[in-house]
Design a protein around this ligand. Structure first.
Ligand SMILES: *Cc1c(COP(=O)(O)O)cnc(C)c1O
Length: 348
């Protein structure tokens, strides 16, 4: 080993879902929304001459649009390059205790990567045998808490009262609720941010707004939390949000009709898909997200995953304890799900 190698920050990186190069695949592996962004986003004329200039470091237009949308003040909103950026920044800002931070054992697999990378001690808390998070397990000394609601990859949602139970029992640390999937049927904890100054709610444009490619995420919380986040951000990179993301983000927020319509389509396809595959011997966890987490009574998840891939259908399989016999299947269009259902019928 060369001398310098001992001083390297060594990390085991997060592995994102595959983005296959071929065009004709059915892609149900990374929870993208099949309907695409609002026509207002697609029709927006960008003044590319403006790329000469640095973008607005405060991303004011976008922050204002998001604040208005949620009935908040701009001081309650922080924006970043996808919620991955917002959450990483939040770990850096809020998780500096010597005590362990807590998150579920079955959850978004980026949390332990950020904790390792930033040298934050952590402990995972087992979800129960129905994959539910238990609020009682989070009532112990800790350095902070994060969980998604609905959880990923299970899709299980908890009511606001559940979030409040955890937040109110942990007033000396920051509790982050990752609401990446909340628009697909969950209950948001945004209503609690006036009441609890230790709650941060994180959202993304990648799933429900069908804009994963533009990279917009945001956090909502007490103005002090947002100020601390901004201090860290400006100590890191002042210009995280570029001009196209700021302007196209605003366009998306302004088209509520399209947003509601595309979400309603995903939800109705989800419910139909669950019924269809349950007839084929699958069990699905109750999902309030744009994916379902399913296991088959006889066929191994890994086998289904591999056979589907041979048929150019991509779903997600996690080679991890407790969930290795489950598939996370993103809800696509009705046509895509019908093709997948036909494939499963043949396989079963
Ligand atoms: C997709 C996802 C994110 C990250 O989304 P971005 O594309 O970075 O905004 C964060 N948390 C969970 C639980 C997710 O599923």
């Amino acid at each position: 080993m060369s001398g310098w190698e001992k001083n390297i920050r060594k990390v085991v990186p997060y592995v994102p879902g595959e983005q296959p190069k071929e065009e004709d695949v059915i892609k149900l592996n990374t929870n993208e929304n099949p309907y695409g962004p609002s026509p207002r986003v697609k029709g927006k004329q960008l003044e590319l001459e403006k790329l000469r200039l640095y973008p607005d470091p405060c991303a004011s237009q976008l922050v204002k649009a998001i604040a208005d949308y949620h009935g908040l003040k701009t001081e309650n909103v922080f924006v970043g390059v996808g919620s991955d950026d917002v959450i990483a920044m939040s770990f850096l800002t809020f998780f500096n205790s010597e005590k362990e931070i807590l998150f579920p054992d079955v959850t978004y697999s980026f949390y332990d990567v950020w904790a390792d990378m930033l040298k934050i001690p952590y402990r995972t808390v087992a979800v129960d045998d129905k994959f539910k998070i238990l609020s009682e397990d989070y009532k112990c000394p800790n350095g902070g808490i994060i969980f998604p609601n609905p959880n990923a990859p299970t899709g299980i949602a908890e009511p606001v009262s559940f979030v409040e139970d955890i937040v109110s029992a942990n007033k000396d640390v920051i509790v982050i609720v990752d609401e990446a999937y909340v628009d697909f049927g969950g209950e948001s904890a945004v209503s609690l941010i006036d009441k609890y100054d230790n709650l941060l709610v994180v959202r993304t444009f990648s799933k429900s707004r069908s804009m994963a490619g533009i990279r917009i995420g945001y956090a909502m919380g007490n103005e002090k939390l947002i100020q601390y986040l901004n201090d860290v951000k400006y100590s890191f990179n002042s210009y995280t949000m570029n001009m196209p993301s700021i302007e196209l983000g605003v366009m998306s927020i302004e088209d509520e009709g399209y947003f509601r319509e595309s979400i309603a389509k995903v939800i109705s396809t989800r419910e139909r898909f669950i019924k269809e595959i349950e007839k084929l011997g699958f069990t699905c966890l109750p999902s309030k997200a744009n994916f379902v987490f399913a296991t088959h009574e006889r066929l191994k998840a890994k086998y289904i995953f591999e056979e589907a891939k041979k048929n150019k259908i991509y779903v997600r399989h996690f080679n991890k304890p407790r969930i290795e016999n489950y598939l996370r299947i993103t809800i696509g269009t009705d046509e895509q799900m019908d093709i997948f259902i036909d494939f499963l019928k043949n396989l079963v």
